[in-house]
Design a protein. Structure first.
Length: 322
C-alpha cells in the first residue's frame, strides 16, 4: 500500500537581482574624457592663468615697442645745434648766427632757441635743483625741426657751422640715441616673445601630465574600445577634442582677463594724465594704449593656447598607446 507523499513545495520565482552600477566612465552616453571633473577644472584654471600671464607679457611688449616707436619718430624729426660759450665771445651773437645758418639750410622748417634758464633746467636731473649755474659755461641749444617731405643735408649744415663758428657750434642728429632706442625696442620685443613661448611650453607640460593621468584613469575604456575595433587615431581624436575644449575655455578666460586689465590700465592712465605727474608718466610709458594690434595679439594667444592643448594631448595619447 503506497504511502501518500506530501505535495512538493511550490518553487518560488527567482528574485530579480539588482544589476551592479557601472562606473561613471563606462556608462552609456558618458564622454570618454570627462570635462566636468575636478582635474579638468584644475587644468582649465592652469591654462587660463598661463594664458593671462602670456597675454600680459605680450601687451607690455606691445606698449614698450609702440612707445619706443613714438620716441624714435619724435627724435628723428629734430636735430640739435649746441653752441658753447667761448672766451671773449658774445654767446648771444653766436647763437643768433647759428640760428640764421640753420634756417637758411634746405629741409629745416623751424628753429627754437633755448634760453639760458631753459638750458640750465636741462641739467637739473643730473646736478639737482637749487644750484647756481650762472657762473658755469652752460652751452646753449637750438632745436631744429626737419621737414617730413625732404631729408635735409645735415653734413653740409654741419660743415657750415664748423666753418662759421669753429670750435663753438656743433650739430647732433641723435643717431646714437636712435640706435639705442631701436636696440631697446628689439630687446623688449624679444623678451616678450621669449616669455610667451616659455608660458606656452609650461602649458604644454601641464597638458602632458593631465593627458597621461586621464589615460591612466580611463584604461579600461581604452581597452574596451580596442576590443571592439577602435584604432589609436579614433581614441586620440576623442582626447584631442576634449582637451581642445578645455584649452579653449582656459584660453578665453585668460585672454579675456588680460583684455580687461589692459582696458582698465588705459582708463587709469587717462585719469593720471590730469595730475601733476601725468606728463612724466606719459613720456616714459606712453598712454598704456595697445591699439587694435595689441588686442589682436592677446586674442591670438588665447587661440594658440587652445591649439597647443589639443595638439599636445593628441601627441601624448598616440605615444601612450604606442
Amino acid at each position: 500500500m503506497n504511502e501518500a507523499r506530501p505535495p512538493a513545495p511550490a518553487r518560488r520565482p527567482p528574485q530579480a537581482q539588482a544589476e551592479p552600477a557601472l562606473p561613471a566612465n563606462l556608462r552609456r552616453n558618458a564622454p570618454l574624457v570627462p570635462t566636468d571633473s575636478a582635474a579638468s577644472r584644475a587644468l582649465a584654471a592652469v591654462i587660463a592663468i598661463l594664458t593671462f600671464l602670456a597675454a600680459l607679457c605680450a601687451g607690455a611688449a606691445e606698449i614698450a615697442v609702440s612707445s619706443a616707436g613714438q620716441w624714435q619718430g619724435s627724435v628723428s624729426r629734430e636735430v640739435t645745434v649746441q653752441v658753447r660759450p667761448g672766451a671773449g665771445r658774445d654767446i648771444e651773437a653766436d647763437v643768433r648766427r647759428a640760428e640764421d645758418l640753420a634756417r637758411a639750410a634746405p629741409g629745416i622748417v623751424g628753429a627754437r632757441i633755448f634760453s639760458k634758464g631753459e638750458s640750465e633746467q636741462l641739467l637739473e636731473p643730473w646736478l639737482g635743483t637749487g644750484l647756481d649755474l650762472s657762473d658755469l659755461p652752460v652751452p646753449r641749444l637750438i632745436a631744429l625741426t626737419l621737414s617730413p617731405d625732404a631729408r635735409p643735408d645735415l653734413s653740409a649744415l654741419r660743415a657750415k657751422l664748423s666753418e662759421a663758428l669753429p670750435g663753438i657750434a656743433s650739430l647732433d642728429d641723435h643717431a646714437l640715441w636712435l640706435q639705442r632706442l631701436s636696440v631697446m625696442a628689439n630687446t623688449l620685443a624679444g623678451i616678450g616673445i621669449g616669455v610667451v613661448l616659455l608660458v606656452l611650453f609650461a602649458a604644454g607640460l601641464a597638458v602632458v601630465f593631465a593627458t597621461r593621468g586621464a589615460m591612466a584613469g580611463n584604461r579600461e575604456v581604452v581597452e574596451v574600445l580596442h576590443f571592439v575595433g577602435a584604432d589609436d587615431d579614433y581614441i586620440a581624436k576623442a582626447f584631442q577634442s576634449r582637451f581642445f575644449r578645455l584649452g579653449l575655455r582656459g584660453g578665453a578666460l585668460g585672454s579675456g582677463a588680460a583684455l580687461l586689465v589692459c582696458a582698465v590700465a588705459g582708463l587709469l592712465a587717462r585719469a593720471w594724465r590730469t595730475g601733476p605727474a601725468g606728463e612724466e608718466i606719459a613720456a616714459l610709458f606712453g598712454t598704456f594704449q595697445i591699439g587694435w594690434q595689441g588686442y589682436a595679439v592677446i586674442l591670438f594667444i588665447g587661440v594658440i593656447a587652445s591649439l597647443v592643448t589639443g595638439l599636445v594631448s593628441r601627441v601624448t595619447v598616440r605615444r601612450y598607446l604606442r
